[in-house]
Design a protein around this ligand. Structure first.
Ligand code: FE
Ligand code: FE
Ligand code: MG
Length: 167
């Protein structure tokens, strides 16, 4: 990377690269979990839920893009083998084997809550050390917070609908 750009980083760049490679792995797994979830989801409100899941998939892929660009800028290499994603991930992968809309929503809410924790920690670590990464992480965190809220709102609608039908 540019020498002055590296000089302003007040932390160990290799340590930062390791954290970014882990976040990068999370984003690809989140992308795939959403993308497949959008295809297989079944049950009430599946169209609304599927559309939201697909939108989130697109946004997770954009996060992977942002993190990859920063890794390269820092002189690192994004994870080159998908099998490494499993070894590096913070948040794991919840296979959408059960297509029930409520199960899928809960799996992805859990994933977003994990992502929020990961990016909050990355913000704390980079706060005074690396303003460029900090700014990127903030942008991603804002979207993860939005994702959690979107899914919890859908789950709430779904539960109200089921309750109304029972009455
Ligand atoms: Fe993301
Ligand atoms: Fe997300
Ligand atoms: Mg959304």
């Amino acid at each position: 990377m540019g020498s002055k750009g590296r000089e302003i980083i007040g932390m160990d760049v290799d340590e930062l690269l390791n954290l970014l490679r882990r976040a990068f792995s999370d984003e690809w797994l989140a992308y795939y979990q959403y993308w497949l979830g959008a295809k297989v989801v079944k049950g009430p409100m599946k169209d609304a839920v599927g559309a939201e899941l697909l939108q989130h998939a697109t946004e997770e892929l954009l996060h992977a893009d942002m993190v990859a660009m920063r890794i390269i800028q820092l002189g690192g290499t994004p994870v080159t083998k998908p099998e490494e994603w499993y070894k590096l991930t913070n948040c794991g992968y919840d296979a959408p084997d059960d297509p029930n809309v409520k199960t899928i929503l809960n799996q992805n809410i859990k994933g977003e809550q994990c992502a929020i924790g990961v990016y909050k920690r990355l913000m704390d670590i980079t706060k005074d050390a690396d303003p460029v990464t900090y700014n990127m992480v903030l942008q991603i965190l804002q979207q993860e917070v939005e994702h959690e809220e979107d899914l919890q709102a859908l789950l709430e609608d779904l539960e109200l609908m089921i309750e109304a039908v029972r009455k």
